[in-house]
Design a protein. Structure first.
Length: 218
């Protein structure tokens, strides 16, 4: 597998074999609860997010209800998540904005989502692809790391990684593939457990690789 396209095709087949079905790891019921869960997942594990969101969503599962909570009330529910203070402020502010500027609904465009406090391109991409089924390829640290180890991108930044992966895979595969790569990165090609030479995909794609791959940060 000398070419990038050959590697991409093999990786796609292998991931389909390993993960024919892969669920969204963050518990949610609609676009708003997914938006909040993804925002909370920054510098926090999905497992931890799923532990704190039930209490938060029991108090407020809509923008209207969330906007009525104080920052302190929100923070109390998410205190064990990293950066809880800033996240609580952003959740309160974005809920107010949704109520005041978007009729209490999560907007369906990248431009509008990007205006919301605490919502970056990756968070917007997750909401767009998983709830609105609008083509997007969210790139997190796992995908950024693996795409470099597999030489599917030069790894300059997550923007470049996203663009490179979109060129290699058809739109219809983006939603499932992004979840498959994340899952594989957590289970087999971890930041410390594999250095580009140990997991099955790395060994198959690069059987002669001797030196560890140094990941360029996002």
């Amino acid at each position: 597998m000398q070419t990038k396209k050959e590697r991409a095709a093999y990786i796609g087949r292998k991931l389909d074999e390993l993960y024919p079905e892969v669920p969204i790891p963050l518990d949610h019921t609609d676009a708003f609860t997914l938006l909040i869960a993804v925002l909370l997942s920054a510098q926090c594990t999905d497992k931890r997010v799923n532990l704190v969101t039930p209490a938060l969503f029991a108090k407020a599962s809509t923008p209207q209800a969330m906007a009525k909570l104080s920052v302190a009330e929100i923070k109390e529910c998410i205190a064990t998540c990293g950066l809880a203070n800033g996240k609580a402020k952003n959740i309160r502010a974005l809920s107010e904005m949704l109520v005041n500027e978007f009729d209490g609904t999560v907007p369906r465009t990248f431009e509008a989502l990007a205006k919301l406090p605490g919502v970056g391109h990756k968070t917007a991409s997750v909401v767009m692809i998983h709830t609105f089924k609008i083509p997007a390829f969210p790139v997190d640290t796992h995908i950024h790391r693996l795409a470099q180890r597999w030489k599917l991108t030069n790894g300059k930044n997550v923007v470049q990684t996203e663009a490179d992966l979109k060129k290699l895979y058809p739109e219809k595969d983006w939603e499932k593939l992004h979840l498959q790569i994340i899952t594989y990165g957590r289970e087999h090609c971890t930041a410390r457990g594999c250095d580009g030479t140990k997991c099955i995909i790395c060994k198959t794609c690069f059987p002669n690789r001797k030196k560890p791959v140094v990941t360029k940060k996002a």
